[in-house]
Write a protein that binds this ligand. Structure first.
Ligand code: ADP
Ligand code: MG
Length: 738
């Protein structure tokens, strides 16, 4: 059955050669119960390990069932162990965190059985070794004798023809020892049992053969009694471990040691939190770089704004707007885009806030109050959390007030001056509010703006005047003045012949950045304090010395045609195409994102980002090292478990798989906990300040990328760890630990 011919085993250590045993010649048959005895250090254990296939040998030849083993590879030895050898150790070599049942079940799972189809066999074995009462007790809570009986049951479960026991009673009291030996004796009837012991007297009554070793040599090989012949040796060819068994064991391993479970869960939680916060906040700060900035000419709050005017600076009319609205990447067209450059201030008593004007149609939802019903009602976009007047406790009172509104250039006409705020929209800008107003309100503001930017000069009686609002010589429209005529103050008569200025020409020129309009009106009447109301409809007090003209003439002078507009781009990735299209249509486009791209703010932001990347990278590195070392430390305590698996015949590949599943379980726990919190936060179900920023920014691809990173990290850890764990022969790894 098993034969050794001139087999020697040497240990090489630090240039020294030690002999384990040398030139051993032995032949074993089925049915034998062999005792190997001898002094400590005589080579007994070494011999047993070589027979087990746990250690290799250097000289001679070992045969199993007539087959040579000297050319065996690591994989062949794996196979050999599974098929032939059941080991029992002095130190029991059980999985302490498993129950009695689970320890025996482990063998069946390794050998490719399904857990539920071997229940009966396991229970029978437990009965055989008399441990029924302890079936579900963890092995760590058993006595030495009980442990060794579990080890025997496990060796039997392996269903191998050879059982090797190294000092199986070394740690047991007399009563337990007898028990164990009796069991082994019973088993030896149809197997080959070899027991190493330095206490031969204890075992003498059972054995069929005694081998004595001294200094690595066999000095005695004596037959004690006859053994029954066993004719056909049953060798079971085991299957490979099943996938679901691996999953079952891997997950069981993750949970069965509480301290390890807590530490690894904490490590992976830490990893998941770090990855999520660093990655999400990092990609957010990258966008920040391109999404803010300013230039000196246009309001660049919305970087998707493109200011357009025609190459020939001519009017943009309704036909043009129709064409523009057909462009594919256009979200919005703001015809009177000059309102975007207008900053209005709103005040009541001691309260003041500035803001830009937006069309109420752009507002989809209110956070407080109602939508405007009249043209003097607006909705304020404001940060309600920060603003004193608009916070929850004061808002009601604030909305009861009437506000005054003015723009940067001058106060507005009477009808726009008083407004009511009827609703509030929460925005996150604490510096500038948004004023959502009706189309009519916006048009009025626009008209006033155009009057402000129109420079109106006129010559009258040889002098040149500039028309300033509410000051001397201002041009004022009045319905009572006929077209082409003007009514002037009586005081001018001193400059006219016969004190009569009737028929004198006033040459008016009105200039805007885009156009110049000239018009001549002739004086038809002169007014004084008494007749002013009759002639013009106004009172003297209202004006210093206005020149009244027909409203149509006034409108003609004030060019209210649209020369400049803005479109808001839908998708910034397609912006370049849109800009090209605009150019082909005869426009000069100015893209806000381009105007702020190289602002000094962005230069600083870019440098800041580089520093940030460096810090994040460093933080990640530190995180990987910390977690890797903690995992490694924790896994080191698992060395015994994993080398036990291999002694029991589990292949290297499957052992690695189990380790992978164990770590993946933790990776998933950490990931799911953190991702779960983020999702709940995003859905608004929970609110944890710690997660708030990351929670708002988190996008689907963040979740995917981070899952991949955690998985890769876990694979890498397993790979590195298992390389270290499994380079050595099984016995060396095991020896180091025990
Ligand atoms: P026994 O089991 O009879 O007490 P061993 O088989 O353990 O003896 O040891 C036999 C010899 O081999 C001893 O001289 C011992 O020092 C040496 N030896 C055993 N294991 C190793 C090892 N891992 N490395 C180096 N020498 C070893
Ligand atoms: Mg020994």
């Amino acid at each position: 059955m098993l034969e050794l011919k001139n087999v020697s085993k040497f240990y090489y250590k630090k240039g020294m050669i030690t002999t384990g045993f040398s030139r051993v010649n032995l032949k074993f048959d089925m049915g034998e119960f062999v005792a190997i005895t001898g002094e400590s250090g005589s080579g007994k254990s070494t011999l047993l390990n070589v027979i087990s296939g746990l250690d290799s040998y250097e000289e001679g030849e070992m045969y199993i069932n007539g087959e040579e083993t000297s050319y065996y590879t690591e994989k062949d030895y794996e196979n050999y162990r599974r098929k032939y050898i059941g080991n029992i150790f002095q130190t029991f070599n059980l999985v302490n965190s498993y129950t009695v049942y689970q320890n025996i079940e482990l063998i069946y799972l390794i050998n490719g059985y399904k857990a539920h189809e071997v229940k009966k066999e396991i229970n029978e074995l437990i009965k055989k070794v008399d441990l029924v009462k302890y079936k579900n007790r963890k092995v760590s809570k058993l006595s030495g004798g009980q442990k060794q009986r579990v080890a025997i049951a496990r060796a039997l479960a392996q269903n191998t023809p050879i059982i090797l026991a190294d000092e199986p009673t070394g740690n047991l009291d007399k009563k337990s020892s007898e028990n164990v030996l009796e069991l082994l004796h019973e088993v030896s009837k149809d197997k080959l049992v070899i027991v190493v012991t330095h206490n031969y007297d204890q075992i003498e009554q059972y054995v069929t053969r005694k081998i004595t070793m001294n200094d690595g040599k066999i000095i005695e090989d004596k037959r004690i009694k006859h053994h029954d012949e066993v004719n056909n040796t049953i060798v079971v060819n085991h299957k490979n471990m099943r996938g679901c068994s691996k999953a079952k064991l891997g997950i069981r391993n993750a949970f069965n040691i509480l301290s390890k479970f807590l530490i690894l869960t904490a490590v992976y939680l830490y990893v998941a939190i770090e990855l999520f916060s660093i990655y999400i906040l990092f990609s957010d700060s990258q966008t920040l770089l391109y999404e803010s900035g300013y230039n000196n000419y246009f309001n660049a709050d919305d970087l998707n704004r493109v200011v357009i005017y025609k190459n020939d600076r001519s009017e943009i009319n309704e036909t043009d707007f129709d064409e523009l609205s057909k462009l594919s990447n256009v979200k919005d067209i703001i015809k009177n885009d000059i309102i975007l450059e207008q900053e209005l201030s709103i005040h009541a008593n001691d309260y003041y806030i500035s803001g830009r004007i937006y069309n109420i149609n752009e507002l989809d939802k209110l956070d407080y109050g109602r939508m405007p019903e009249n043209d003097d009602e607006v909705v304020m976009g404001i940060d309600m959390g920060v603003d004193y007047y608009f916070n929850k406790s004061r808002i009601e009172e604030t909305l009861k007030q009437t506000f005054e509104v003015s723009n940067t250039y001058s106060s507005l006409t009477k009808k726009n001056r008083e407004i009511k705020i009827v609703g509030v929209k929460q925005i996150d800008d604490e510096w500038e509010g948004k004023i959502y107003a009706t189309e009519n309100f916006i048009n009025d503001i626009k008209d006033i703006y155009i009057e402000n930017v129109t420079s109106t000069k006129y010559t009258f009686l040889g002098n040149e005047y500039q028309s300033y609002k509410e000051s001397f010589g201002e041009l004022v429209p009045s319905k009572k003045v006929p077209k082409g005529k003007a009514i002037v103050l009586e005081d001018y008569m001193y400059s006219c012949k016969n004190f009569n200025c009737k028929g004198k020409a006033i040459n008016i020129t009105a200039k805007t950045p885009y156009s110049e309009i000239k018009k001549t009106v002739k004086v038809s009447k002169m007014y004084n304090k008494k007749n002013i109301t009759k002639l013009t409809g106004y009172k003297m007090d209202d004006f210093a010395s206005a020149i009244f003209i027909n409203p149509d003439d006034f409108e003609e002078l004030h060019d209210r045609k649209i020369y400049q507009s803005s479109i808001i781009i839908e998708d910034k990735e397609l912006a370049q195409t849109t800009l090209e299209e605009l150019k082909n249509m005869g426009y000069k486009p100015l893209y806000m994102r381009d105007t702020v791209y190289d602002s000094s703010y962005n230069t600083i932001a870019r440098i800041f980002n580089i520093v940030k990347v460096a810090i994040y990278a460093f933080e990640l590195l530190v995180m990987f090292f910390i977690s890797y070392f903690v995992i490694k430390l924790v896994l080191k305590s698992r060395n015994i478990y994993y080398s036990t698996l291999r002694i029991l015949g589990c292949t290297l590949k499957d052992t690695k798989k189990l380790l992978n599943i164990e770590l993946f379980t933790f990776a998933n726990i950490g990931y799911i906990l953190v991702a779960g919190f983020l999702i709940l936060q995003k859905m608004g179900i929970i609110h944890i300040t710690f997660f708030s920023e990351a929670g708002i920014q988190a996008k689907l691809y963040h979740f995917v990328v981070i899952y991949i990173v955690i998985s890769l990290m876990t694979l890498l850890t397993t790979e590195r760890y298992s390389r270290k764990l499994f380079v050595d022969s099984v016995m060396n790894t095991y020896r180091e630990e025990v």
